[in-house]
Design a protein around this ligand. Structure first.
Ligand code: NAD
Length: 237
């Protein structure tokens, strides 16, 4: 399905990102696994040896336009194209408003929003030149209903939805589609940081009866256009 296509996945070293990487590889794409450090990228690549020759790892600072442009140029050099960008890297927060520092708020904005802007810009420049492409952002269901602490996190995901809608309009003329996938609670390191009783309470309120697995979310990263796709088991909050 994706043979001869090249996909770059930020935050591709674990959790949802690694599941997306595997899904794209299984479907025949060349994949660029992007992580924050060489060590974590190498660890992810060590589990993907069966795809040797179709996978490479890079760890640019996602907020540095030059570093990201260099990384995508290296990917294009290696695989000849860049067809798909999955802007998936992200961090969360549960800090209360009263304890939230400006530094912490700035950090979550950087990784969850600025990096999406920087990577989309660099990828779109390549995609426009080659005649098209797809950008898919990992949003969150909290961008519909907020959350009762850690206000920076939903604020960034509302921003991701805004970027998604706006870039979809701006880049359509260049044949670049822009979508967002909005996972509900999904079993990754991000959720492992929550108290188990909280995860239990959330699960019991999900009509499908369980939290999502990274593979559930990865399945939504193809054959979609123009939507923020909910992948949350029909949870209401
Ligand atoms: P995770 O913590 O397992 O993975 C996060 C990924 O982001 C890792 O690969 C990490 O290396 C990368 N990352 C973090 N900071 C980075 C930085 N500064 N530079 C480069 N990479 C960085 O979490 P996950 O649950 O797999 O999260 C993936 C995405 O899904 C995030 O955008 C998250 O907001 C979103 N999401 C997760 C859930 C959930 O319940 N797990 C729900 C909704 C949305």
């Amino acid at each position: 399905m994706l043979t001869n296509k090249t996909a770059a996945v930020t935050g591709g070293t674990r959790g949802i990102g690694l599941a997306i990487v595997k899904k794209y590889l299984e479907n025949g794409a060349n994949v660029v696994v992007m992580g924050s450090r060489k060590e974590t990228v190498d660890k992810a690549l060590a589990g993907l040896t069966e795809y040797e020759g179709r996978v490479m790892g890079l760890w640019p600072d996602l907020c540095d336009p030059e570093a990201v442009a260099e990384a995508f140029a290296a990917a294009k050099e290696r695989f000849g194209r860049l067809d798909i960008l999955a802007n998936n890297a992200g961090i969360s927060s549960r800090t209360s408003l009263y304890d939230y520092t400006v530094e912490e708020f700035g950090k979550i904005l950087d990784i969850n929003v600025k990096a999406v802007f920087v990577c989309s810009q660099a990828a779109a420049r390549i995609m426009k030149e080659q005649g098209g492409g797809v950008i898919i952002n990992t949003s969150s269901m909290v961008a519909e209903y907020g959350q009762p602490a850690g206000c920076g996190y939903p604020a960034t995901k509302f921003a991701v939805n805004g970027l998604t809608r706006s870039l979809a309009r701006e880049l359509a003329k260049d044949h670049i589609r822009v979508n967002a996938v909005a996972p509900g609670v999904t079993r990754t390191d991000m959720v492992a940081a929550l108290p188990p009783e909280m995860v239990e309470r959330i699960s019991s309120g999900i009509p499908l009866g369980r939290v999502g697995e990274p593979e559930d979310i990865a399945n939504a990263f193809s054959y979609v256009t123009g939507v923020t796709l909910r992948v949350d088991g029909a949870a209401m909050t």
